[in-house]
Design a protein around this ligand. Structure first.
Ligand SMILES: Nc1nc2c(c(=O)[nH]1)N=C([C@H](O)[C@H](O)COP(=O)(O)OP(=O)(O)OP(=O)(O)O)CN2
Length: 149
């Protein structure tokens, strides 16, 4: 089995609606995302001969997703009042609405699915919310112990 990993970062603000504690307030993180892909086969011909995929393509596709959230306020749908959204919009702030509570866990599933939609054989996505705290998502239950960092 061959495995590749690429990483990307983005800076954004978020808050946890319904949370009791400091994370209910708007605060920022430098989010760090890692995507691992795996395959038994390598390309046999052409430009990508001997590669699972070209690192350049993998890196570019993850960066596009990360860039779409960079320097934004990420908020869960239905957690900000319309007049608040209107006021932030009038100020020219960039907001990203997500259909989930913006936790590290949910972001790991989000990046896993988005990269899978782009056609990559994704094994695992890991999202660091702080340098010490990360969450991971994968679809299989195998290697539960070994797969954790
Ligand atoms: N399982 C999860 N727990 C928490 C999440 C999460 O995504 N998944 N998120 C938060 C908050 O967003 C918070 O920003 C992070 O929490 P915390 O570790 O307290 O943040 P810091 O590292 O900045 O803590 P300091 O001790 O102030 O340095 C909460 N929990």
């Amino acid at each position: 089995m061959y495995q590749l990993k690429t990483e990307a970062d983005f800076d954004s603000a978020h808050f946890l609606s319904g949370y009791t504690g400091k994370c209910s307030n708007i605060h920022g993180h430098r989010w760090h995302v890692e995507i691992e892909i795996e395959s038994r086969k390598l390309e046999k011909n052409g430009q990508e001969r001997g590669m699972l995929v070209d690192f350049g393509d993998l890196k570019k596709d993850l960066k596009e997703l990360a860039d779409s959230m960079d320097h934004t306020l990420i908020y869960e749908e239905n957690t900000l009042r319309p007049k608040t959204l209107e006021a932030l919009d009038e100020e020219g702030f960039h907001l990203v609405k997500v259909p989930f509570r913006p936790t590290a866990e949910n972001f790991s599933e989000y990046f896993f699915r988005k990269m899978k939609e782009k056609g990559y054989p994704v094994k695992r996505a890991v999202v660091y919310e702080t340098p010490n705290n990360c969450a991971a998502y994968r679809e299989t239950e195998e290697e539960t112990e070994a797969a954790w960092l």
